[in-house]
Design a protein around this ligand. Sequence first.
Ligand SMILES: Cc1ncc(COP(=O)(O)O)c(C=O)c1O
Length: 452
Amino acid sequence: MKQLLRVLTWRNMLVLSVAVNFSLILRILNGDGGNSRDRPAYVSTWPVVSTTGTGSSSLSSRSCNYSEIEEDDDIIINLKLGDPTVYERYWQEMGEVTTVVIHGWQSLSYFSDNNNNLCWFLEPELGKEIVRVHKLVGNAETQDHFIVVGTGSTQLYQAALYALSPHDDSGPINVVSAAPYYCSYPLITDCLKSGLYRWGGDAKAYKEEDPYIELVTSPNNPDGLLRHAVVNRNEGILIHDLAYYWPQYTPITTKANHDVMLFTVSKSTGHAGMRIGWALVKDRETARKMTEYIELNTIGVSKDSQLRAAKVLKVVSDSCGNEMAKSFFEHSYDAMSERWKLLKQAAENTKRFTVPYFTSQRCNFLGKVFESQPAFAYLKCEEGIVDCERFLRENKKILTKSGKYFGDEESYVRISMLDRDTNFNIFLHRISSSYNANVQVHVGCDDDLGRN
Ligand SMILES: Cc1ncc(COP(=O)(O)O)c(C=O)c1O
């Protein structure tokens, strides 16, 4: 009896396994990744960019190829946010080199570095890798700067406002940035209705005589242009947001050397979910106050995330010295370059959109001359289209962020260039073809929080 049961169980398992595998094969053949779609899909041909390499990452070998990709008319393509999933493939191909094992007995203490009497929650390993990657890329001066780590550069922005605002009873200081500015700045600045600072709008229109804080984002989000302070008066306090000052987006021409510079792994390595950013701060007292803000706000920054970020930055730096393989920055440069080439081609063909013009410059790090290829495309709708966001949503089923969120006109939209290949390819196809969505797409566009 026991023998019979054993045989039966074995046979049952075999039949079950064959049935499961057969159904899986059927689903794959149907192109249904487990998410059953019974809508008709059609296959068409258009320029496709792919960061998919077989074996090692080999983006350049797939330059500008035309291949067949499945388009599903009903899919809404959301390119509103700058979610950096374009880098996913690279990190997948890097396999285990960035794996970090954190034991249960680690990260118990609030404290990271007893020798650092300023930013006591900065993991020394992360501090070391931040200095190393900046020295290697040559995009920022780290000497004579203090490092303050934050939960993303979003927290550091708030820490900088806290540190730089007068704490006397002179009332809130105005915070300005030249339009089009990063849409989260006004929201973050005003969300708590602080008595220390308030959003003051477009820096180009700022005429008041009072002190102010000017945010300089370079390359800029949304339009990718390189920027300098525009208000230019002596009392101006500057915060430089250099989230995109990396060689995949723009030529590295000088070593930035400002009072407060903000960086983040979100846009440099693509690890937005790790929530790690850092500030390079010249003045000790400003760095101390920023640290104080983070103490009050979150009592430090996740050690686990800092250790992961340190590992990822180490792998990035190591990859730069590796003659046998493509470095992270070469890979990501190629990815952005290819996408921009295809976008410009598409814009050229339709004449419905224009993309910003960028001058070519020599990148000291990559040793070549190229035009900026930003993380976002700031498109302008032509042919009398007044509301570009609406036009793309209703006619192309593409969700973008309207220029109005950046203090600009509605004829502009910001489009993420950092999405996965499939979405980017469908986006390209839809803007360059006569594709016209016949069903209106109603998505909560106006309740948008302006994130990212
Ligand atoms: C200019 C700029 N600064 C800061 C951030 C936010 O960075 P983090 O993810 O590190 O908070 C973004 C994100 O889109 C950004 O575009």
